[in-house]
Each structure stands twice: as structure tokens, then as C-alpha cells.
Design a protein around this ligand. Structure first.
Ligand code: ADP
Length: 172
């Protein structure tokens, strides 16, 4: 499995699935969530509404999958990151679960290339260094042979540098 880091807008990434840092309502919000719904169009919101009607809201650490609407990806996997709010082991565990549950859904949907944003490091205020370490450990420890490439899509320079440092010895 290849681990890649890019600095980009995730709505432009051509992967089988892109992950959205959603909120529990699944009905859209700011940050990457807003960008995905804006560019993906109403098909994504319709699909999120259908998920909500079936299972109610999505709790932190959980993930659900929908169409990617007009985006170049096939699926959007919506996962709800924890709000940092002074942190703690429980928050770190929830963030890890975001990555694990997204990867499980990816495998169920035969996704080979999946792109993650830096979940919880925007509005939800997770310290970027802690979130990056959790993200990289979670995907590395996830034992599977179906997914071929995991792309960490960093929006800001600080995250891009953190991920590059954490993954500098990968894929060599
Ligand atoms: P959260 O509520 O989980 O913190 P945010 O969307 O506020 O979610 O931020 C998560 C990360 O996504 C942040 O690092 C932010 O810079 C980044 N981000 C914002 N817009 C985009 C985008 N279009 N593509 C990729 N990453 C983005």
C-alpha cells in the first residue's frame, strides 16, 4: 500500500473515494465539508439526507458512504471527527476510528485509491501534529491488502510539512 502526501483541494482529487470531515448532522457545514457539497452538487446532500432518515445522525468516529455527485471521485465517505475541546485519550481514539471506519467502508466498496483530508484540524481545532501522527499510525496499522493507495490531502502548508516529515521514509 502506497502512502502519498499532496497539497491540494480534495474536491479536485481523482480517487475512487474522497473522505469528508463532516459533522454529526451530515447536512453540510464549513471547511472541507462545505467545499465538497458546493462542488459535488445536491446529489450528495440528497444521499446524506437518505442516510439520516435511515440511521439518524452520525457520531464522532463513525463513517457513512454516499455518491460523489459531480466530483471526479466515485464515492464520498463522510466521517465525523471529534472536537478537540482540551483533548484527551478519548478524543484521540475517536480520531483514529475516523480513519479505520473510513477504510473499512472503502474496502466494502472496492475502493483502491482513497484520499483523506486532515480530519478535525480545522473548525474542530485538533492540534495538527497530534492529528497527523494519529492519521499516519491508524492507516499504517490497518492490516489489509485491498487498498492500493492512501492519499493525505493537505490544504495548508503546516499540515503538508508535518505529513511529509512523518512519511519521509515511506515508498522508498
Ligand atoms: P473539521 O471540522 O474536522 O476540523 P474542517 O473542514 O474545518 O473540518 O478542517 C479539516 C481540514 O480540512 C483542515 O486542515 C482544513 O484546512 C482542510 N480543508 C479545508 N478545505 C479543504 C479542501 N477544499 N480540501 C482539502 N482540505 C480542506
Amino acid at each position: 500500500m502506497k502512502l502519498t502526501v499532496i497539497q491540494s483541494d480534495i474536491t479536485t482529487v481523482k480517487a475512487d473515494a474522497i473522505v469528508n470531515a463532516a459533522n454529526s448532522s451530515l447536512l453540510g457545514g464549513g471547511g472541507v465539508d462545505g467545499a465538497i457539497h458546493r462542488k459535488g452538487g445536491s446529489a450528495i446532500l440528497d444521499a446524506c439526507r437518505a442516510v439520516r432518515a435511515k440511521q439518524g445522525k452520525c457520531n464522532p468516529g463513525e463513517a457513512v458512504v454516499t455518491t460523489a455527485g459531480n466530483l471526479p471521485a466515485n464515492y464520498v465517505i463522510h466521517t465525523v471527527g471529534p472536537v478537540w475541546n482540551n483533548g484527551g485519550k478519548e478524543k484521540e481514539e475517536l480520531l483514529k476510528n475516523c480513519y479505520i471506519n473510513s477504510l473499512k467502508l472503502a474496502i466494502e466498496n472496492e475502493v483502491k485509491r482513497i484520499a483523506f483530508p486532515n480530519i478535525s484540524t480545522g473548525i474542530y481545532k485538533f492540534p495538527k501534529n497530534i492529528a497527523a501522527r494519529i492519521a499516519v499510525e491508524a492507516v499504517k496499522n490497518f492490516n489489509q491488502d485491498k487498498i492500493e493507495e492512501i492519499i493525505f490531502v493537505c490544504f495548508d502548508q503546516e499540515n503538508f510539512e508535518l505529513y511529509n516529515e512523518l512519511l519521509k521514509n515511506e515508498n522508498k
